[in-house]
Every structure is written in C-alpha cells, then in structure tokens.
Design a protein around this ligand. Structure first.
Ligand code: ZN
Length: 349
C-alpha cells in the first residue's frame, strides 16, 4: 500500500474517530461518573495525537494513534451504555417506590382516629418518611426496594387495623340498636312508629282478610305468621305460607351455624305501605305494586352492615345456603350493583 493511500485512509478513520469522540464527549458530559470522564479524556487525547501525527505525515504512527483513539472510544461507549442501563433501572425503582408511597398515603389519611391503636399508623408514617428520604438521597437500588417493602407492610397492617376497627364499631352500633329496641318493646302501650329524629319506622304490614291476591293486597288466608321472628320493635312478620315455611327451615340451619335466628326487619308490605315508603324514600324504594315484598315473597334483614353486610360471614352463608331453601339474593342487589342491598332476599319456590 502506498503512503498516500494510507494517509487518505488514516484521515478517513481519524475523522470518524474524532466524530465519535465528539459525540461521546457530549454524552459523557451528561454524566458525572469519573470513569466516563476518564475514558472520554483518553479518547480525546488519542485523537489529538493522531491528528498531530497525520499532519506531520507520519502515517504508521497516526494509524496506531487512531487505533488507540478507537479503543478509548469503545471503552467510553461501553461505560456510557452501562451507565444508561443503570439510569433506566434507577428510574424504574424510583417510579415503583413513588407508586407505593402514593398508594399508602390515602390509607394513612383515611384511618385517622379509626384504628384501635395509633401505633400502626405512626409506623406507616415513619415508613413513608423513610421512603421519601430514600428517594431524595438516591440510595442503592436494594435500599429503595427495602423502603418500598416497609411501606407496603405498614400499609397492610393499617388496613387490617382499620377494618377491625370498623367491624367493632358496627357491632357496637348494632348492640346499641338492639338495646334501644328492647327498651322500646318493653315500654307500656303501643310502640310508636317513629325513630329518633322523627323519621318514620316502616314495619311489616298485616295482611287483610279481604285481599284479592294482587301485589300489596295479599289475603290473610294465603299468609303465615313467622313463629320465630319479629322486627326490632316486636312487630310480627308475615310471608306467603310456602315462603314462611321455607324460611323457617333456612332459619333452623342458620341458627345451627350461628347460634341465633335470622334478624328480620321487613317482610310483607301492603300496597298502602309501599306508597308511603315510596313517598318517603323516593326512587330508592320500589315503585308501588312492583316489589316482591307486596307478594309476601321477599324479606329484608336488619340493616346492620357489620353483621349482615357484604362479605360478612352471615351474608356469605345466607347467599351460599339460602338457594337450597328457595331464598336467594337477586343479582340486582348484589355487591357492585347499581342499588346494592345486602339485606334483601327473595323467595322463588
Ligand atoms: Zn327488600
């Protein structure tokens, strides 16, 4: 090969190497890592040497210098790549921890004064502080992951404590309701159908002898008194006789499981009472003449969310075992429906 060809080829490779060094120089400037600065500086120095040698027409030395520049460039490139991978991994870890913090913050806020022992909330607050500090201090990736696990663990503990607190509070409210009902039932004279605050209390309607069998007009002859259950103020409960008999069998199984009878609120509703309920509750109540309560084929449990609410043992048991006795929770009132009513069950023979 001629010196002239070599010089041309060398200049071409030199120009490429210098361009690479320039590009990497810009990239390297974005990072503060010492090793990259060193590699970029070595590449730049080698390129300077090669340029000087090429100018002096010392082609062999220039070729060696170009090789050195390329090698330094490659090292800088590898370092930059490793750095880019590390930056991506850190960005992902930061985002992950940020998401865990965002999920835990509302749990902490919503549980204020609603756990039995505030120590679990304080532990969550401390875990959140630690996680925020870890983010700000750019700690190692394993330390970020550990901060995230602490936040998750503390959040779960608060969620459980909050759920336990709610169950306990609901049960206490039910007990208070029971006590109030007992007082009222024991009071002399007829029970006044008004709750504290003046809201009317709707009790199960009594079927009349002359009913024609239409919705809300069931004849007494088709209806049976439920022998084992009254509502919270001692009013009797009526259902169509086959529904009442099936409910009594279901209640026997329920009592065997929970040691107490099913607590009923309302069963039969006459047409007149359906009109009154609709007038009071508006669209929340069924249109008069359409409710299965008017046929003596529906019952409402007591509205005690901690006892019969969605997911409670009694609700789950009734949904699972009721159908064997003809009693089921219609899809239209299940959890997640537009108007969920955990208390409403219907009989279909
Ligand atoms: Zn109902």
């Amino acid at each position: 090969m001629t010196l002239r060809w070599l010089a041309t080829a060398t200049r071409r490779r030199l120009a490429l190497a210098v361009a690479l060094v320039l590009v990497l120089g810009v990239a390297a400037a974005a990072f503060v890592e010492v090793r990259e600065q060193r590699a970029a500086a070595a590449a730049a120095a080698a390129a300077d040497t090669a340029r000087a040698l090429a100018r002096a027409d010392r082609a062999d030395d220039a070729a060696r210098a170009v090789a050195a520049a390329e090698s330094a460039t490659l090292a800088a490139e590898r370092s930059a790549h490793a750095r880019a991978v590390e930056v991506a991994a850190r960005a992902a870890a930061d985002a992950d921890l940020t998401a865990r913090i965002a999920a835990a913050e509302p749990v902490l806020a919503a549980s204020a004064d609603q756990v039995a022992d505030d120590a679990v909330r304080q532990a969550l607050a401390a875990a959140l502080d630690g996680a925020r500090a870890a983010l700000a201090a750019r700690v190692t990736l394993p330390a970020l992951a550990s901060a995230g696990a602490s936040v998750d663990g503390a959040r779960t503990t608060v969620e459980q404590a909050h759920a336990a607190w709610r169950t306990e509070t609901d049960a206490a409210a039910s007990a208070a309701e029971d006590a109030a009902a007992g007082d009222q039932a024991a009071a002399p004279g007829p029970a006044a159908p008004a709750a504290p605050g003046g809201a009317p209390v709707f009790v199960t309607s009594v079927p009349t002898a002359d009913g024609d069998g239409s919705n809300g007009h069931m004849p007494a002859s088709a209806m049976c008194l439920i022998p084992w259950g009254t509502d919270q103020i001692g009013s009797p409960q009526y259902l169509r006789c086959d529904a009442a008999a099936a409910l009594t069998r279901l209640n026997d199984a329920f009592r065997a499981q929970f040691g107490e009878p099913i607590a009923m609120d309302l069963t039969y509703r006459s047409y007149a009472d359906q009109v009154a309920i609709r007038a009071y509750y508006g669209a929340l109540a069924a249109r008069p003449g359409t409710s299965n309560h008017g046929l003596g084929l529906a019952l409402d449990l007591q509205e005690w969310p901690g006892v019969y609410g969605f997911g409670t043992p009694r609700y789950v048991w009734l949904v699972a075992n009721g159908p064997a006795f003809g009693w089921s929770a219609p899809a239209s009132v299940r959890e997640g429906a537009a108007y969920p009513e955990y208390w409403h069950f219907e009989f279909s023979p």
